[in-house]
Design a protein. Structure first.
Length: 407
């Protein structure tokens, strides 16, 4: 039961630990998490893939601590590790850059500072190993003057400076890290919301998917009542209501059916469109749908899924969307799939990027992916926008959220 109550990974403040090899990143990770979750060794390059640990830091709340590989890693394997570290940077809300007290700042650190500034990420510079190296308040002041950052002397061996570091984390971690509302700003107390939830082979056994659960909770937080039904029961549920619901939300795969069943006087949208509004820039995603009418056989299309799962017969990203797109254009498209944290460094070869609802990504990570596509001049849409476009209901699906987009 404890797992049911856990804050989803994507809804936690992400605190990343970065720096060169052997600066003490993993030791700091273990100190912060109070567990030996990361392997510590005097051998450079011990950390490979980023290590994640969910925990609570009061009064901040639920956080995700990330230990990363050294940004100065070398060799073919080292380049892969650095690539994973770069991925972690895009989802980090607060970065702790660790510097060995015996070392001076190098291009590795200054490049990190520059990239985090471009990402809009707060940074703390932690000068580690002060127990075994000479340092002075004057040196700390010089680092503050040089970087303009919060600079703290610490020792992961003795614990010196850890209280001050925790205080800095609480102070600098973004107060607005929590994602914007999913739908509660669209409702008022006493409203009724009806959710259309298909149960097909792609649905998880015995439970709802995360966006559906979050929609129920957000509606309850707004003081609204929620009705959940399969697509073939929506009509009966609507007939039983004394007054129409304030909002109807459908799984994108049931857009066509819901559009027919839910009267035009009832606002209708989808879980995926609401997720796109919460996690990213919905306006840009909706604008990207225009390119669908310009696709031609042979065009390269990237489909990005933030979670990993076994492909089912009715899989939305692997089967349904490709099939509908190719039927629309009358020919074959060249599809590439990326899953989990992976996303290509170069999106220029693609005519269109189609992203999932991003319920497993932080808002920062999703916005960075959109920014990357925008800078390359490649339109991006998400599953909900794509399916709404292909079923001819995009204009209707956007109406419930249009006013909120301008607030």
């Amino acid at each position: 039961m404890a797992g049911i109550q856990e804050t989803p990974k994507a809804n936690r403040v992400h605190i990343g630990i970065f720096g060169r090899r052997n600066a003490g990143k993993s030791s700091l990770f273990n100190k912060l998490t109070k567990q030996n979750a990361a392997l510590v060794s005097e051998t450079p390059g011990t950390t490979t893939d980023p290590v994640y640990k969910a925990m609570e830091i009061l009064p901040l709340g639920p956080v995700m601590i990330i230990d990363t590989a050294g940004i100065d890693d070398v060799g073919d394997l080292g380049k892969l590790r650095v690539g994973k570290t770069k991925e972690a940077m895009t989802k980090t809300d607060l970065a702790i850059v660790v510097l060995d007290a015996a070392e001076s700042l190098t291009d590795f650190e200054t490049t990190l500072f520059k990239e985090f500034k471009e990402l809009g990420t707060e940074v703390i510079l932690a000068v580690n190993k002060v127990d075994s190296s000479e340092y002075s308040d004057e040196r700390i002041k010089r680092l503050v003057d040089l970087t303009g950052l919060e600079v703290l002397p610490i020792s992961t061996l003795t614990g010196s400076g850890m209280t001050e570091l925790m205080d800095a984390i609480v102070k600098l971690a973004p107060r607005a890290f929590e994602d914007p509302p999913l739908l509660r700003d669209l409702l008022k107390p006493g409203d009724t919301v009806i959710l259309c939830v298909p149960v097909d082979t792609g649905a998880p056994k015995g439970r709802l998917i995360l966006p559906q659960v979050q929609a129920i909770r957000d509606a309850l937080d707004a003081g609204a009542s929620v009705i959940v039904a399969k697509e073939n029961e929506i009509e009966n549920q609507l007939a039983n209501l004394k007054k129409p619901p304030a909002l109807a939300i459908t799984d994108s795969q049931a857009f066509a059916k819901a559009n027919q069943t839910v009267g035009k006087e009832i606002p209708l949208t989808s879980f995926s469109i609401l997720m796109a509004r919460q996690k990213g820039d919905l306006v840009t995603l909706a604008e990207g749908a225009e390119i669908i009418d310009q696709l031609k056989p042979g065009d390269k299309v990237l489909i990005a899924e933030a979670c990993t799962h076994r492909c089912q017969a009715e899989d939305i990203g692997r089967i349904k969307i490709p099939k509908m797109l190719q039927k629309r254009i009358g020919g074959k498209l060249d599809f590439t799939w990326y899953t989990g944290n992976s996303f290509p460094e170069d999106v220029a070869p693609y005519k269109l990027v189609i992203h999932c609802g991003a319920c497993m990504l932080t808002r920062r990570a999703m916005l960075q992916r959109q920014r990357q596509c925008r800078e390359a001049g490649i339109p991006m849409v998400n599953y909900g926008v794509t399916l709404a476009k292909l079923t001819g209901v995009l204009d209707r699906a956007m109406i419930p959220v249009k006013d909120a987009l301008t607030r």
